[in-house]
Design a protein around this ligand. Structure first.
Ligand code: CA
Length: 233
């Protein structure tokens, strides 16, 4: 797994453009996942948890606008529309629906790469200082989003990818109660069908690795029947 590379989901039904875009993105250091239909896009989203979505509006099974509305309801990933539709009304509609940028086909390679980079940077996925802003700290716990590393009191603790994402979400929202639903949506996605029980198992594993005494948690507190909270004091 290439943990350091941002993942980009390319939703595009024309194979020629899909290959072209993938090639540009690969050579710019991104990990690329492709989908040719709306249905494929939903599945690809769940398996890849992308940092950015590139979306063609003219898809065979549905209008790309539908996906913007869907993804924006719960996904933190920014969306760049890449479309042949040039009218201002369509651009405005896509941006109003929550798209972060709009690139018209045909487009130049360097402009395309620059806009992808700018969008990722504005979301903190790419940091101008090489990842310094990707580090979070709560008590003696340090989490580095760039390298997928967690240190407790200076010692590395290994987490699975899902455990890491749960922990990162809790640390990012330290002090706040996060509901089961919020964590499930953010880590597994809304179509996953994952239930509270799977989340509980993951949280139990995280605790086993973190807490010296799981009965008296120092880091993660259970809000019974509601969710979890990262303790800040
Ligand atoms: Ca198309």
């Amino acid at each position: 797994m290439e943990a350091n590379k941002p993942t980009i989901l390319v939703i595009e039904d024309e194979i020629g453009i899909q290959n072209f875009v993938s090639h540009i993105l690969n050579s710019n250091g991104y990990h690329v996942v492709c989908a040719a239909t709306g249905k494929e896009a939903r599945i690809a989203y769940l398996s890849s948890c992308p940092d950015l979505i590139l979306l063609d509006l003219g898809l065979p099974d549905l209008d790309g606008m539908v996906l913007i509305h869907e993804f924006k309801g719960w996904s933190p990933a920014p969306i760049i529309v890449v479309s042949a539709r040039e009218s201002e009304a369509e651009k405005v509609a896509a941006l109003n629906a929550g798209a972060d940028d709009y690139i018209c086909k045909p487009f130049g390679i360097s402009e395309f790469a620059a806009r992808v980079h700018a969008t990722l940077r504005s979301r903190g996925v790419l940091s101008p200082k090489g990842g310094e802003e990707q580090i979070m700290q709560t008590k003696d716990l340090v989490l580095d989003l760039d390298s997928y590393m967690v240190l407790k009191d200076g010692k590395e603790i290994h987490f699975t990818q899902k455990e890491f994402k749960c922990l990162a979400l809790l640390m990012k929202n330290a002090g706040k109660v996060l509901t089961y639903d919020f964590i499930l949506r953010n880590v597994w996605g809304p179509y996953s069908g994952t239930d509270n029980q799977i989340l509980r198992v993951h949280m139990a594993n995280i605790r086993k690795k973190l807490e010296e005494d799981p009965v008296k948690p120092k880091y993660i507190y259970t809000e019974l029947g509601i969710g979890y909270r990262m303790l800040t004091d």
